[in-house]
Design a binder for this molecule. Structure first.
Ligand code: UDX
Length: 429
């Protein structure tokens, strides 16, 4: 099928590449000409495992192309996906101006029937607004349908999530676009659920908020574990073996971050408030998440007493493993908080150092993981990169002025660390 994706961020670019991979002909549109130029030349604006190879392969096969012209994108396809940012406003509500602008641009370029599909995360009832806008600005007065098709990919696993989705959600206002939407997704062999548009939009916010709630739940349990000497990982394993609960997203941590959970949670709370419901449960999820960072900083201060002038090594800057994304990263927040206390930082991340440089100043960026601890008073693990498990602990113990390790991601075994001579503080254990 011929498909157009407007917006080449995480969602748009990965979706475009995966649609092309299963045989569709895809045009990716972005208003940022420099980005289009970079993509045409084989460059990647983001790090995402497997994406570069997928883009290259499909560009060479002639199934994937890039343009800065919305008009070209609209002319070339019958189905247009919107995958532009929906950033948060200062009050937590969603800035829908990019969606609105794209809807107008699509409308003014349409000369035949099109299906316009929203893939960006949007508040419930946005589909109705998009339909109204297109109707208003469409010069040719042609037929169109609006659909919602929320994306559930996780950064760092985006290609795999897209190629093997748990489910595909399609929200529609009429039956006309259903078959085409199903045809697009047939090659992915995933269950497809067709709903009304409002339900599809709500599924995304409700799912992300629930996952955030799951993390806050285990983080709250981790506090009780610390107070009683229980081990949160064992509690999570025991809970997770109940199929109704499941083990995933029960890893206690410094708290969740990234460009989705914090934003979607705030948006869902706002939307509920506008609809007359105080979703206080979700406010508590936010409060617990903030508390995790406070408790971790407190742990560091209790151990090191005064941070002013102390040298601290930090492993991890990305908001999670497998990505170079530092947006709303707990690791960056941790660094800022330590700096505020007067600590001097040596930091390392396998992929996120370049992006971190824009938001984290006055630190020493170290090229190798094993060099970070050199001359430090303590080492902190802030991101769950699997390679940190291979840290040379013998060497770290020797080069630290005192063998103190704060693990915000529970990567090591408590007993083993103590046997190695570390003062080892983790979360909920
Ligand atoms: C999330 C959703 O998972 C995805 O479905 C949606 O499309 C976008 O938002 P993403 O933000 O890419 O994806 O990352 P995710 O893997 O969900 O992690 C989010 C945050 O939660 C990270 O900071 C991560 O470290 C943290 N986390 C995750 C935990 O602290 N504990 C866990 O058990 C899982």
């Amino acid at each position: 099928m011929k498909l157009t994706i407007i917006g080449t961020g995480y969602v748009g670019l990965v979706t475009g590449a995966c649609f092309a991979e299963v045989g569709h002909h895809v045009v990716c549109v972005d208003c940022d000409e420099a980005k289009v130029k970079m993509l045409r030349a084989g460059g990647m604006p983001i790090y995402e495992p497997g994406l570069e190879e997928l883009v290259k392969k499909n560009v060479e096969a002639g199934r994937l192309s890039f343009t800065a012209s919305t008009q070209e994108g609209v002319e070339k396809s019958d189905v247009i996906f919107i995958a532009v940012p929906t950033p948060p406003m200062p009050d937590g509500s969603v800035d829908l101006s990019f969606i609105e602008r794209v809807a107008r641009e699509i409308a003014s370029s349409m000369t035949s029937y099109k299906i316009i599909v929203d893939k960006s995360t949007v508040p419930v009832k946005t589909g109705d607004k998009v339909a109204e806008t297109i109707k208003r600005y469409c010069k040719a007065k042609v037929d169109f349908d609006v659909a919602s098709n929320p994306e559930f990919l996780r950064e760092g696993f985006a290609v795999d999530d897209l190629m093997h989705p748990d489910r595909v959600v399609i929200g529609v206002r009429s039956q006309r676009p259903v078959q085409a939407m199903k045809d697009i997704y047939t090659p992915f062999n995933a269950p497809i659920i067709v709903t009304d548009i409002n339900s599809a939009e709500l599924i995304k916010h409700a799912a992300n908020s629930f996952l955030a709630l799951k993390i806050s739940y285990i983080n709250a349990v981790s506090v009780i574990c610390e107070a009683t000497g229980a081990n949160v990982q064992e509690v999570a394993n025991g809970m997770g073996m109940d199929n109704r609960i499941g083990r995933r997203f029960l890893d206690a941590s410094l708290g969740f971050g990234g460009s989705c959970f914090p934003k979607d949670l705030s948006a869902f709370i706002q939307i509920s408030e506008q609809l007359g419901y105080d979703f206080s449960l979700l406010k508590e999820v936010q409060r617990i998440n903030d508390g995790q960072m406070d408790r971790f900083i407190k742990k560091i201060i209790e151990t090191l007493w005064v941070l002013k002038g102390k040298k601290i090594g930090v492993l991890g800057l990305a908001f999670k493993q497998n990505t170079d994304d530092v947006r709303m990263s707990p690791a960056i927040e941790l660094c800022h908080r330590l700096q505020k206390e007067g600590a001097i930082l040596r930091v390392y991340d396998p992929k996120a150092m370049e992006k971190a440089k824009a938001v984290l100043k006055d630190v020493t960026y170290v090229d190798k993981m094993n060099d970070v601890a050199e001359g430090c008073d303590a080492l902190v693990i802030a991101t769950e990169w699997p390679e940190f498990k291979k840290l040379d602990l013998e060497r770290a113990r020797k080069v630290l002025t005192h063998p103190i390790l704060f693990d915000g991601r529970n990567l090591f075994d408590v007993k083993e660390m103590e046997a190695l001579g570390f003062i080892y503080k983790s979360i909920g254990r």
